[in-house]
Design a protein around this ligand. Structure first.
Ligand SMILES: *Cc1c(COP(=O)(O)O)cnc(C)c1O
Length: 433
């Protein structure tokens, strides 16, 4: 066995025996994984269907057209580009198509649940190449749309990109569309996290209110790592050349050849999302998240915004004077894989934030339902309680060393190991695809 096949086996074991509770992750179906691992990856197809720069693209054309058609139908959009390599390049491509360097864009802060590519200052292309204006939330984590409107009217960005990675409530797309219209800005809805929920009708669609919609394909949509850029009727009405601008920004603007194997995986995932079972799946994601959120709160944990309306929640550990790093490490040792996350107006830096982000798409794919969420909530509470006296050093330079020491210490912790064994037993009953 080669070293890499051993590593893949080890990762497979990890995924099977632990709870995937990072809300941006999911288990893609075997059919999606097979499409991505197929010979389609051997083909170069620069250009678009019917307009390629290479010979031999008859099949690749059909694959791409199929993916486009399915996306158009499922999201109700006019035009789709399925070639973006991932979510971040997709957003870069939309900016490249619609705003010039130095012009103004506006988005939700990363620390308030937005994404790095939405104008995060200094360290991202979106904050360096454009003049970026960002908004946050109120102290309770809720977006104040009056404030968004005030900032938009004062700053007059050319483009507003709105999307969330850690915002537990439903966005008011209508209001955001009105704000963008009032200043003549493009509204780009980045639905990366919630695309699957939108297809299933359990989260409102932005398509009637936005000009452009971007999404990754590997989160609730349960496809391969990739992304799509979609243009709405409203987008074409505002700018009749918008679809061409976007296609040219993807290729040749920022990318070369599309990953045909990924495109095939996207088409496969979209065809799975068309099935009635997918609607049930998405409904269950939200039901599970709500039960998990209620259980955690009932037993004393604080959640940002006081709960969830979608697939994710953020635990605010500040009332317990606990660090997200410590809790995330302890949860992992107990077989519950999450990520630490900033909370609104966190006084700690993003690498040592005060929250934990949890989501239900992965465990719901395994078939877990409300009773399992109660069991998981119980484990989470036990783990949090178990580490309640562990404090991250105040001294900044001591923190990394402490986390390393803590990780080694809890690797042998019997209490956490016992939970990990129980997690493994539960996981056995709910196989991964
Ligand atoms: C995940 C995500 C992205 C980026 O996707 P990558 O594939 O990681 O580049 C962009 N925007 C939002 C809202 C996301 O959730």
């Amino acid at each position: 066995m080669t070293q890499i096949s051993e590593l893949i086996k080890a990762e497979e074991k990890r995924q099977k025996e632990t709870l995937m509770m990072i809300p941006s992750e999911n288990y893609a179906s075997k059919a999606v994984r097979e499409a991505v691992g197929s010979v389609l990856m051997n083909k170069y197809s620069e250009g678009y269907p019917g307009k390629r720069y290479y010979q031999g693209n008859k099949v690749a054309d059909q694959v791409e057209i199929l993916a486009q058609d399915l996306a158009k139908k499922l999201f109700g959009v006019e035009h789709v580009n399925v070639q973006p390599y991932s979510g971040s390049p997709a957003n870069a491509e939309v900016f490249f198509a619609l705003v010039n360097p130095g012009e103004k864009i506006m988005g939700l802060k990363l620390s308030s649940g937005g994404h790095l590519t939405h104008g995060h200052p200094d360290i991202t292309f979106s904050g360096k190449f454009f003049k970026s204006v960002q908004f946050g939330t109120k102290d309770d984590g809720v977006i104040d749309y009056d404030e968004v409107e005030k900032i938009a009217k004062k700053e007059k960005p050319k483009l507003m990109i709105i999307g969330t990675t850690a915002y537990p409530l439903i966005l008011d797309w209508k209001r955001l569309g009105e704000i963008a219209d009032a200043i003549g800005a493009y509204l780009v809805a980045d639905i990366s996290h919630i695309a699957g929920l939108i297809i299933a009708g359990v989260y409102p669609s932005p398509v009637a209110f936005a000009h452009v919609v971007t999404t990754t394909t590997h989160k609730t949509l349960r496809g391969p790592r990739g992304a799509m850029i979609m243009v709405t009727k409203k987008g074409i009405k505002k700018d009749s050349e918008i679809s061409d601008k976007i296609d040219r920004a993807v290729f040749p603007g920022l990318q070369g050849g599309p990953h045909n194997n990924t495109t095939a995986g996207i088409a496969q995932a979209l065809s799975e999302a068309e099935e009635p079972e997918f609607k049930k799946y998405a409904e269950q994601i939200v039901k599970n998240a709500k039960v998990l959120a209620e259980e955690l709160q009932k037993r004393g944990l604080t959640l940002v915004t006081g709960g969830t309306e979608c697939h994710l929640m953020v635990i605010d550990l500040r009332p317990l004077v606990l660090s997200g790093n410590i809790v995330a490490e302890a949860l992992e040792a107990a077989g519950i894989v999450t990520n630490r996350n900033s909370v609104p107006n966190d006084f700690m830096p993003p690498f040592y934030p005060s929250g934990i982000r949890l989501g239900t798409p992965g465990v719901t794919t395994r078939g877990m339902k409300e009773p399992q969420m109660k069991i998981i909530a119980d484990w989470i509470l036990k783990v949090v309680d178990h580490v309640k006296n562990e404090k991250l050093p105040e001294e900044k330079n001591e923190r990394a060393k402490f986390i390393k020491y803590f990780r080694e210490k809890i690797a042998e912790d019997k209490f956490l190991k016992d939970i990990a064994s129980e997690v493994k037993l539960l996981c056995k009953k709910f196989p991964t695809p």
